[in-house]
Design a protein around this ligand. Structure first.
Ligand code: FAD
Ligand code: NAD
Length: 367
């Protein structure tokens, strides 16, 4: 039986409590942390199982119970940021008084290292699929109403599909639906759509299956993962983004977030490496953004250009980087983000170290 005792691990361990009215049950999670927001908690309700995972740094605190009574499918999640309190408001199916919240399930009321929680999946419906380039598509998935999940900036999720009888998973990085849509005031809480830019490889294992999904079909989506921390952007003056191919995907939210939420920001420069002009994802949006926002610049570099291409060419190189990575002042706070095929990222990292950028000034996106 669920009791309302504090978790025992440490004095600052989170705890939870619950109370009810005739029609509602409110579960309150006291995280005892200040930097909590709507990204911090992932809630899933399936049959009678209720699971709320609160992510606190490298740990997860779980409220995981088999509810004692039935509830309606949708619920609301509220966060009181300054006191680190999370409220999950469930709607009872019947207006009866509950004697207890439910029976504890695995890891209920405990705080465990995030790496030990395993990936938790929920089925999402494919809502739309649009061509972006000749081989890359924008997929829109809809979360079920019984889930609250927001993917933090710089993080990825795993998509899972059954392929010839085996469940296959691959990581993908959610983006906004366009470069202009997100972080405009007011930010919409509890967004139920997740967008992905995904390149379909005809000889690939997973992406052709994804491409064969019809609107209305389901794909499982995991909890977010990743080691990018938004505080890396605080007080930043120069942000440099080095992206190759679909390595552009983590840059989308980083770029949007930085331009909207970092007042100290002076410059954001994207160097976008692709094989050909046809491969450039969202080229016209990038050019429009550079026109609209003078802090943003974009440069395209092609490794297999046609003879008409008058822009930069080749792979990532020290010469390209040293010309591109000009700080707006000697002391400006910079961050360089890097993402693409493994050789691109590895060579880029080495070049950046050779150019005397410190570890704190570089973030590479990997699995
Ligand atoms: P695979 O079967 O892995 O094949 C990919 C390509 O390699 C194909 O052209 C295939 O023919 C070729 N290939 C396979 N095996 C070999 C071999 N032995 N020798 C030579 N060639 C071979 N991708 C996106 O499109 N969007 C994203 O947002 C995104 N986010 C990611 C986030 C993370 C953290 C990581 C690690 C990867 C991300 N990826 C993303 C890549 C994605 O996870 C998959 O790797 C990609 O979709 C390819 O999957 P696939 O199974 O279709 O192809
Ligand atoms: P692509 O084959 O179209 O290549 C894009 C550019 O990458 C090339 O024009 C070139 O400049 C550079 N490049 C390719 N091979 C290189 C090499 N051997 N050395 C140096 N530079 C090289 O790329 P794609 O098919 O779009 O693949 C994108 C890659 O990014 C995938 O491997 C994917 O897994 C990875 N990715 C990783 C993350 C992440 O880790 N968070 C997110 C998204 C994509």
């Amino acid at each position: 039986q669920v009791t309302d005792t504090l978790a025992k691990e440490s004095p600052s361990s989170p705890s939870y409590d619950w109370f009810q009215t005739d029609s509602l049950v409110t579960i309150v999670i006291y995280t005892k942390q200040k930097d909590i927001n709507l990204d911090s908690v992932i809630v899933d309700h399936r049959d009678d199982s209720f699971r709320a995972e609160t992510v606190i740094k490298d740990y997860s605190y779980l409220v995981h119970v088999a509810l004692s009574h039935e509830i309606q499918e949708d619920f609301s999640v509220l966060v009181v940021e300054n006191v680190g309190k999370i409220e999950i408001v469930l709607k009872k199916k019947e207006n009866t008084s509950w004697k207890r919240l439910g029976h504890p399930q695995e890891n209920h009321n405990s705080i465990i290292p995030k790496k030990d929680t395993g990936l938790f999946y929920r089925k999402c419906q494919l809502v739309s699929k649009e061509d972006v380039t000749h081989d890359t598509k924008l997929f829109c998935l809809m979360l079920p109403p019984s889930t609250h999940l927001q993917v933090p900036v710089g993080q990825h999720v795993y998509l899972k599909l059954p392929i010839t009888g085996t469940e296959i998973v691959k990581p993908y990085t959610p983006v906004s639906d366009s470069l202009f849509s997100e972080f405009k005031e007011p930010v919409l809480p509890n967004n139920i759509y997740i967008y992905f830019l995904i390149k379909i490889y005809p000889a690939g294992f997973f992406t052709p299956e994804l491409d064969h999904l019809q609107i209305g079909d389901y794909v499982s989506v995991s909890n977010p993962e990743g080691n990018f921390i938004i505080s890396q952007l605080q007080e930043l003056e120069d942000l440099f983004l080095l992206a190759a191919g679909t390595g552009f995907t983590p840059m989308v939210k980083v770029l949007n977030y930085a331009l909207t939420n970092i007042p100290s920001l002076r410059k954001v420069k994207l160097m976008f490496f692709n094989k050909t002009e046809d491969d450039i994802i969202w080229r016209s949006q990038l050019e429009k953004l550079a026109f609209k926002d003078k802090r943003f610049e974009v440069e395209f570099v092609l490794s297999v250009p046609t003879s008409e291409w008058s822009g930069k060419q080749g792979y990532i190189s020290p010469a390209l980087l040293s010309e591109f990575l000009k700080r707006s002042s000697d002391t400006s706070k910079v961050l360089i983000c890097l993402c693409g095929p493994t050789p691109f990222t590895e060579q880029g990292m080495k070049m950046l170290h050779d150019l005397n950028f410190s570890k704190d000034e570089i973030h590479s996106f990997t699995a």
